[in-house]
Design a protein around this ligand. Structure first.
Ligand SMILES: [Zn+2]
Length: 286
């Protein structure tokens, strides 16, 4: 693939060749062969050294990054600090949190996208929270629990799972969830808390728009690890055209995002809400 630098090199070399040969320079190899050699070299070099984000941006392929912050609405102070981060982020509010109407409206007014964070049963004994969807529930019980969660507030464009390593690996349960989301035109973002998750498969089968988490930003609350995760997020966006990172309203995460977002923008990344990169099976690259 050619980038702008290699084209400049090519153009200047062409000009140089023209001048050199028209002023009677004597070289054993004909001009056309030298030019072809350089052309081959440039093709090799651009393949060997991948195009950076800001260069691909110039060529109309800006890598898109969606940053999702979930578990919101429980800690008021932390939630307000997240809302003050540069928009657009995707803010996912916990379905069982109280009084979400005002805070979600403020988040939307600040330019963020709203998601609903739905508690789902994990593997093991950790408590996923009130009203969680559980694998032992019948289809009707799952629908009922999801309906309660969906009434937490309004204005969200999709849901993502809180915990759920057991439930998202259960195809029957995921088919029921996808079946409920489809008529409401909601997106499913798979937080991917289990490598055996079938959430995306069920969403695709139901014709939903869906996305899958690429990187967890802050499972380890240390600056070095969070920065490394953000670097990984950038690499995935450069490689695939888009990437989804999920973080949480920890003070350190918020402080680092505040510094990193403007830097990543300067490096040529585009920040988008998850809905901008959610896809169906028909359109893998949105
Ligand atoms: Zn969560």
């Amino acid at each position: 693939m050619l980038n702008k630098d290699s084209l400049f090199v090519l153009l200047w070399f062409r000009v140089f060749c023209k001048l050199f040969f028209s002023f009677g320079g004597k070289v054993a190899v004909p001009e056309v062969f030298v030019f072809r050699f350089v052309l081959l070299f440039v093709f090799w070099a651009t393949a060997a050294f991948p195009v950076r984000a800001n260069e691909s941006a110039l060529w109309g392929k800006t890598p898109k990054i969606a940053v999702v912050i979930d578990d919101l609405g429980l800690n008021k102070k932390a939630t307000e600090a997240v809302i003050r981060l540069p928009a657009p982020l995707t803010l996912s509010f916990m379905a069982y949190a109280d009084d979400l109407d005002d805070v979600t409206e403020r988040a939307a007014t600040a330019g963020h996208e709203l998601f609903l964070h739905v508690p789902m049963e994990p593997v093991g004994s950790a408590y996923p929270g009130a009203g969680a969807l559980r694998a032992a529930m019948s289809d009707n019980e799952l629908r009922g629990a999801l309906d309660v969660a969906l009434s937490a507030f309004s204005g969200y464009v999709g849901i993502n799972n809180h915990m759920g390593s057991l439930l998202t690996a259960d195809r029957r349960a995921m088919d029921v969830v996808a079946g409920e989301l489809k008529p409401r035109n909601l997106i499913f973002l798979d937080s991917l808390t289990s490598p055996s998750s079938v959430a995306a498969t069920a969403a695709a089968a139901a014709g939903l728009r869906y996305a899958v988490r690429d990187v967890f930003l802050d499972h380890v609350q240390r600056r070095k690890e969070i920065l490394e995760n953000l670097r990984q997020l950038e690499h995935k966006a450069e490689r695939n055209g888009f990437a989804v990172g999920i973080g949480h309203p920890h003070p350190l995460t918020i402080a680092i995002l505040k510094e990193w977002i403007p830097e990543a923008l300067r490096r040529g990344f585009d920040f988008v809400p998850v809905s901008a990169i959610a896809h169906t099976t028909d359109a893998v690259y949105p």
